[in-house]
Design a protein around this ligand. Structure first.
Ligand SMILES: Cc1cc2nc3c(=O)[nH]c(=O)nc-3n(C[C@H](O)[C@H](O)[C@H](O)COP(=O)(O)OP(=O)(O)OC[C@H]3O[C@@H](n4cnc5c(N)ncnc54)[C@H](O)[C@@H]3O)c2cc1C
Length: 427
C-alpha cells in the first residue's frame, strides 16, 4: 500500500472498538489514515471491571497502538487529546496541532454521566477506562489497609463499605467480582478484620437489575447477588455523594469511602459544543448512513452516535461500534468511488453478563428464526468467558487472562493485589 500525499486523508478520533474496526477496513483502501487517541493503547473495556477487582492486570486487557499499527504503512498515530472539531474547516482540534481531514470518523466512545446528582462527579469513582480501574483498585486495597489500623468501629465499617451505583451489566458484574475478591483473598489477607464489617451495596434506581435482559435472567441475577452477600437495593436512587457517605432518596445515609459510578454514560459535551447535532445525552444524531447531517464527509460511530433502528436505537455496545465503523469505512470508499453511501442496519449478536464464579446470564438471537436463546447459570458463564477470551486482542493477553482466571477459579486467589498509585515526576 502506497502512502502518497495525494490520497484522501481519513482522520479517526478514538482507537477503541470503533476506531480499531475502521482501521482494519481502511488499511486495505486507497487512503491515508491518521488515528488520534489520548491513550497509546487500545482498551478492552468489557474487562475493565476485572482490573478494578484485582482479577486481571491492566496490561492484559490493553494493547499498544503502535504495535497494532506496525505493519500498516498507510496509518499513522497521534497521541493527543481531541478538544473538538471544526466541521466547516474540516479540522480536528487537539491539544497538539490541529489535524485536517478529507473524511472523518468520530469514535471517541462515551464519558460518565451523573444525572446532576450533587457530589457524584467530584466524589464517585468512574469505571469506564483502564486508569479509572487502576485508581479504583488502589483505593479499594488502601481502604482495607486503613481499616486494619482503625480502632473506631464506625469508621472501620465505612472504610469497608463499597457502594456501586447502577444495576446495569457493569454494576452487576463488578458487584459479583468485588464480593468474590473480598470474601476470598482479602479476608484471608486481613485476618484481624471481621468479614461481617465488610459490605457491598448495589443501588439501582429502577425496579430491576439488567433491564435490557429477559425476566428470568433479571431475577436470577438479583437472587444470586443477594445469595452471595451483596446488599441489592432496587428503586433506590442515590441523591447525594460526599467523600464519606452516600445519601439515598428515602433519606438513608450509608457511610462509605467508596461510591463506584456505573449508572450512566453520555456523549462528550465537547462535540455538542463543536456544533454537532446532539440528543439530550450528548449522543450525536446521524443520518441512516452514519453521516453527520450537512457534512457528508463526517461520520460518527460507536457510543457517541445516536443511530435510530427499528423504533429504538443501536445500543451502546462494542458490536454496535464495530458494525458502524465497518459500514462508515465502506461508505467512505463508496464516496471516493463516486457512489452513494449505504444505509446502516444493526445485527444484534446478543448479550451476556458474568455475575461471578459459575454464574451468568445470556440472551442470544438465533439468526435463522426470530427467537432468542435465553439461559442462565454455568453455561452462560462459560459462554461469556469463551467469547471474551476470543475477543481479546493479542495471543499473549489471552494466555495471561486465561491464566489469571484459572488461578482464581482453582485456588480462590487473585494474583494482582498491589497498591501502585501513580505520581508525577519529582524527588
Ligand atoms: C466498564 C465497561 C464494560 C463494558 N462491557 C461491555 C460488554 O461486556 N460488551 C459490550 O458489547 N460492550 C461493553 N461495554 C460498552 C463498550 O465498551 C462500548 O460500547 C464500546 O467500547 C464503544 O466503542 P467506541 O469505539 O465508541 O468507544 P471506545 O471503545 O470507548 O473507544 C474510545 C476511544 O477514544 C479515545 N478518546 C475518547 N475521547 C477522546 C479525546 N477527547 N481525545 C482523544 N482520544 C479520546 C479513548 O481513549 C478510547 O480509546 C462496556 C463499557 C464499559 C465502560
Amino acid at each position: 500500500m502506497t502512502t502518497s500525499p495525494d490520497l484522501p486523508r481519513v482522520v479517526i478520533v478514538g482507537f477503541g472498538f470503533g476506531g480499531l474496526a475502521a482501521i482494519k477496513r481502511l488499511v486495505k483502501m486507497p487512503v491515508r489514515v491518521t488515528v488520534v487517541d489520548r491513550h497509546n493503547y487500545h482498551s478492552f473495556l468489557a474487562l475493565v471491571y476485572q482490573v478494578a477487582a484485582a482479577e486481571v492486570e491492566s496490561t492484559d486487557i490493553a494493547y499498544p497502538v503502535r504495535s497494532i499499527l506496525r505493519r500498516k504503512p498507510n496509518v499513522e498515530f497521534v497521541l493527543a487529546e481531541v478538544q473538538g472539531v471544526d466541521l466547516d474547516k474540516k479540522v480536528v482540534l487537539t491539544d497538539r496541532d490541529p489535524i485536517s481531514y478529507d473524511y472523518l470518523i468520530l469514535a471517541p466512545g462515551s464519558v460518565p454521566y451523573t444525572f446532576g446528582i450533587p457530589g457524584a462527579k467530584e466524589n464517585a469513582f468512574p469505571l469506564t477506562s483502564v486508569p479509572h480501574a487502576l485508581n479504583l483498585r488502589n483505593h479499594i486495597l488502601s481502604c482495607f489497609e486503613e481499616a486494619v489500623h482503625e480502632p473506631d468501629a464506625e469508621r472501620r465499617r465505612a472504610a469497608l463499605t463499597f457502594v456501586i451505583v447502577g444495576g446495569g451489566p457493569t454494576g452487576v458484574e463488578f458487584a459479583g467480582a468485588l464480593t468474590e475478591l473480598i470474601r476470598g483473598p482479602l479476608i484471608k489477607d486481613y485476618r484481624t478484620l471481621d468479614i461481617r464489617e465488610t459490605r457491598v451495596v448495589l443501588l439501582e434506581a429502577m425496579g430491576t437489575l439488567l433491564p435490557a435482559l429477559f425476566e428470568k435472567g433479571r431475577s436470577y441475577a438479583l437472587d444470586l447477588l443477594r445469595k452471595r452477600g451483596v446488599d441489592v437495593r432496587l428503586n433506590t436512587p442515590a441523591e447525594r455523594v460526599t467523600p464519606d457517605a452516600v445519601t439515598l432518596k428515602d433519606g438513608t445515609v450509608i457511610a462509605t469511602r467508596t461510591v463506584v459510578w456505573t449508572a450512566g454514560v453520555q456523549g462528550d459535551p465537547r462535540f455538542k459544543a463543536s456544533g454537532l447535532p446532539t440528543m439530550r445525552n450528548g449522543q450525536v444524531t446521524v443520518l441512516p448512513t452514519l453521516q453527520v447531517p450537512d457534512h457528508p464527509e463526517a461520520y460518527v460511530v460507536g457510543d457517541l452516535a445516536y443511530v435510530p433502528q427499528d423504533g429504538g436505537c443501536v445500543p451502546m455496545v462494542a458490536s454496535g461500534a464495530v458494525q458502524e465503523a465497518t459500514v462508515a469505512s465502506f461508505n467512505i470508499l463508496r464516496q471516493i468511488q463516486g457512489k452513494e453511501p449505504q444505509v446502516f442496519h444493526y445485527k444484534d449478536p446478543g448479550m451476556m453478563v458474568a455475575i461471578g464464579r459459575n454464574a451468568g446470564v445470556a440472551s442470544l438471537p438465533l439468526q435463522v428464526v426470530p427467537v432468542r436463546l435465553n439461559f442462565t447459570g454455568f453455561l452462560a458463564w462459560a459462554a461469556w468467558l469463551a467469547v471474551h477470551l476470543f475477543l481479546l486482542i493479542g495471543f499473549r493477553n489471552r494466555v495471561l487472562v486465561m491464566l489469571s482466571w484459572s488461578w482464581d477459579y482453582f485456588f480462590f486467589e487473585r494474583a494482582v493485589r498491589l497498591i501502585v498509585p501513580c505520581r508525577d515526576a519529582g524527588i
